[in-house]
Design a protein. Structure first.
Length: 239
């Protein structure tokens, strides 16, 4: 094979310049580019962000590969990340720019019902949910590894445009950390991702109050009935 037949070596700087051109083209088409950069030892700082990262680290076939993505997550290589219903999508800069997709199944209806039942009458504001200011048993249930709000290993998959053959490439690993970092500022996206509404935990509380109020309204005491219907109650004979 002649040297002239070899593929031309493309410097990293040239690859990254082309990647930037791709991002600019996306912006020109109206796409909102949302970069993400993880910080700190835990890669996230909020209860939901740290919980997400620790959960991913605890998964046997995922956690041991995540360290490969830390540098990418910290150095600004995640050029775009969005958390949608049932999917995380990202663009990660390496020697090229790679699209990463993480499909996530909805939270089981039975699991969510258990969480709602446990929360009934105990959560007064949706902000309490987002800030993690919940009764300890409710929080433990939400954080439970096999049956909580974070997706288990059979509830999501990792897809990347790169050619790495490892179970978790460094680009997907970076995105998993980046998702935890994004939850620091937007915890509501965790519930969006799993297809449930945090507000329904509060709605359960308001429904309980409303039902009790309606029950009380339907009961007239004797004095109210006397005034409304101009009745006289017979006195029981004295014995």
């Amino acid at each position: 094979m002649k040297h002239a037949d070899w593929p031309r070596f493309i410097p990293v700087s040239e690859r990254r310049a082309k990647a930037e051109e791709r991002l600019e083209a996306m912006r020109a088409q109206g796409m909102d580019i949302l970069p993400e950069r993880a910080t700190g030892r835990d890669m996230a700082s909020s209860i939901w962000g740290r919980g997400w990262c620790r959960h991913m680290q605890s998964l046997p076939k995922i956690g041991k590969h995540l360290a490969r993505g830390k540098i990418y997550a910290r150095n600004g290589s995640i050029r775009h990340l969005e958390i949608l219903p049932g999917q995380i999508r990202a663009l990660v800069m390496g020697t090229d720019i790679y699209a990463v997709s993480i499909p996530v199944l909805p939270l089981s209806g039975n699991v969510w019902q258990e969480i709602k039942d446990l929360s009934l009458g105990r959560i007064e504001n949706v902000q309490d949910v987002y800030q993690g200011e919940l009764p300890s048993d409710v929080m433990d249930k939400l954080m439970d590894i096999p049956k909580g709000i974070f997706p288990g290993p059979k509830e999501f998959s990792l897809r990347c445009e790169c050619s790495e053959q490892k179970p978790v490439c460094k680009h997907a690993a970076a995105v998993l950390y980046g998702a935890g970092s994004r939850l620091d500022q937007h915890p509501e996206l965790l519930f969006t991702l799993r297809g449930v509404k945090a507000q329904s935990l509060v709605t359960s509380w308001t429904k309980k109050v409303r039902d009790r109020f309606e029950e009380k309204k339907s009961i007239l005491d004797f004095e109210q009935a006397k005034d409304i219907f101009d009745l006289e109650w017979d006195q029981e004979p004295k014995t």
